[in-house]
Design a protein around this ligand. Structure first.
Ligand SMILES: C[S@@+](CC[C@H](N)C(=O)[O-])C[C@H]1O[C@@H](n2cnc3c(N)ncnc32)[C@H](O)[C@@H]1O
Length: 267
């Protein structure tokens, strides 16, 4: 079998295992979500602005909490994810809360085989491009999925963070996309004790690689922010220093944790 196909299949199996654990975890606060709480953070909400009446495509949507949160704000939403269990759960959740949403199970790189529509907004967040070996075909999907004048927003963990070792103390991995990172994982960030695990395949992407991939598709950048905190408690031993904001005590505010970019497809 093609090596990349095998790697995607291993990642899919892993994300399938994670889905139910995540649904039941304190991390994802699913009961609160079902009861009406938004899973979105101020950073992405402010960057995207009013979504009411707009079409929104959420790439790598996991089990759809963010997708459905945008729907609650009035967007017409479509979510795409590789994990069939995540997509099944996303559909179940949509039904439970009475939201009309479209969810598609596929590799993000195959999105255009499943969707011909173009969207006002394409969104992806927190733990996304690291699952892709090459950003060029991904950027092509983003471009092809946007209407002229449409906006693409990515908010994700900073590439510098992924160049730190597993304890996030010193440099441990190449900052650049030099090799496939193969890990034997146990548990998950949302529940480190969960009895799940397996091989994962991921890739680091420098900012230059990200920039070049989207720029070469003709998109223009409008916003680029870096943040000295994480919105999620998904790294070992991070401490909450303000409500919902996390940092490593060993690094505090001296390193970047997240970034946001807003790109526009010219008319
Ligand atoms: C960390 S989650 C996305 C974060 C999301 N904000 C959340 O926590 O709900 C990563 C998602 O990417 C999906 N994924 C990984 N590789 C993918 C691929 N090649 N195509 C589509 N989805 C993929 C996984 O199934 C998983 O649902």
């Amino acid at each position: 079998m093609d090596k990349t196909k095998e790697q995607f299949e291993a990642n899919q199996a892993l994300w399938n295992q994670k889905t139910e654990v995540h649904r039941d975890s304190d991390f994802y606060k699913n009961e609160a979500f079902l009861a009406g709480a938004s899973s979105l953070n101020d950073e992405e909400v402010e960057a995207i602005g009013d979504v009411s009446g707009k079409s929104l495509l959420h790439l790598q949507c996991h089990f759809g909490q963010d997708t459905l949160s945008f729907a609650r704000m009035g967007a017409h939403v479509t979510g795409v994810d590789l994990s069939n269990k995540s997509i099944d759960l996303a559909k179940e959740q949509a039904k439970k809360i009475g939201i009309d949403a479209h969810f598609v199970c596929c590799n993000v790189l195959d999105t255009r085989k499943h969707l011909s529509e173009q969207f006002d907004i394409v969104f992806t967040s927190y733990g996304t491009i690291g699952w892709l070996p090459d950003l060029k075909p991904w950027a092509e999907v983003v471009q092809q999925s946007l209407k002229p004048g449409g906006m693409f927003v990515i908010i994700d963990f900073h590439p510098m963070l992924w160049s730190l070792d597993d304890k996030f103390e010193q440099f441990g991995y190449p900052y650049f996309n030099r090799k496939t990172i193969i890990e034997d994982t146990e548990g998950t960030y949302a529940d480190t004790e969960a009895a799940i695990g397996g091989k994962s395949y991921s890739w680091n992407h420098s900012f230059a690689e990200l920039f070049e991939s989207l720029k070469s598709q003709g998109l223009t950048i409008e916003t680029f922010n870096e943040y000295d905190y994480s919105n999620y408690n998904c790294f070992p031993n991070v401490k909450e220093f303000a409500q919902g904001k996390w940092r490593f005590p060993q690094h505090e505010d001296r390193i970047p944790y997240m970034y946001l970019q807003k790109w526009i497809k010219p008319i």
